[in-house]
Design a protein around this ligand. Sequence first.
Ligand code: CTP
Length: 395
Amino acid sequence: MAVTGSIAAYKTPQFVRLLVKAGAEVKVVITDAAAAFVSPLALATVSKHPVLSSVSDGATWNNHVELGLWADALLIAPCSANTLGKLVNGLCDNLLCAVYLSARCPVFVAPAMDEDMWKHPSTRLNIDKVKSYGNRIIPVGHGELASGLVGEGRMAEPEDMLKYLEEYFADAPLPLKGLNALVTAGPTYEKIDPVRFIGNYSTGKMGIAIAESLAARGAMVNLVLGPTHLGTTQQNIKVIKVESAHEMYEASLRVFGETHIAILSAAVADYRPSKQETNKIKKKETDLSLDLTKTEDILASLGKIKAPWQTLVGFALETTNELEHAQEKLVRKNADMIVLNSLKDEGAGFGLDTNKVSLLTSNGGFKELPLQPKKDVANAIVSQIIEIRYAKEII
Ligand code: CTP
């Protein structure tokens, strides 16, 4: 979302709020002129992201290319006559223009100006030109203008802009429409007795983000979720709650036959107590040893029965010889891709909101991704899967 200098900018915190409520993640870029009409702090508060205005804030460089590539849609609202002219001519004297020129996503422009400015031949020409570049103009409204005059040129109301975007995205082609996906996520608990278990620190946050990213791109998702307080209410995700590795194995196997894309992100226990006591184990004077049995390896089991139209993705959490081990896992478990997590990286790991991973594909591909929010990591993983399926012509 990009905000320029117009009185209509005062409506943008409300608009950002509507977008966030509708499920969008919003990052806001403003021009210096916009800051005179709307408080950057208000926009930062409602968007839950810092508001950026310049290419560099002294010591830090705001990467306009990354922002342009990150967004699924760029909305310039309100767009002043001045910024409109810059868009038309490819000027790049502020961060907003740099983001616009770097964006590969659909761009929506919501103009706001006085009626005479709106009707001026220069503006008419600029509107036609900006449309001819493939940008979409959100129609202006009619009503009272800042000048006191009544006429055309008001920025569309936030509710109408939201409706416009929703209608656009409802018609947008979804690359995974018609495909079924399976995601395993979270830890497993292996019962020792009625009150104790063997578990791990996984919260399922990464897997849930992956399920949401798959669903947002049109897939119907079965999310086999181990014990965690987290969940999802996003449409097109069926949550199948399980507790143990064996339950996760059975639930995954049940749906795998109709699954096009399986991403196994769960931190599955490799061993379970050989015997589960029906009564609580009483403390004794002596030490206690537990006999452990290997659990089923879900990823390897699915790798054995995988058909050519199915894409199988596993995770690897390594602490030593990371690449070597991940590569070995890719081959041994017959996966199409391994997402390599390293616990050594600061900001990556259980329960955090960010992650840093590398993607290793079975055709020899290797991509190291930056430390970023788990949502962005999830989107990058899903994009890579779409690339794999395009290359194999199975999408
Ligand atoms: N996995 C699985 N079932 C298991 C264990 C692991 O499906 N019983 C999956 C995980 O969901 C992950 C991948 O296998 O996608 C790698 O898990 P990891 O624990 O790193 O590998 P292991 O095969 O257990 O090998 P190691 O413990 O030697 O690293």
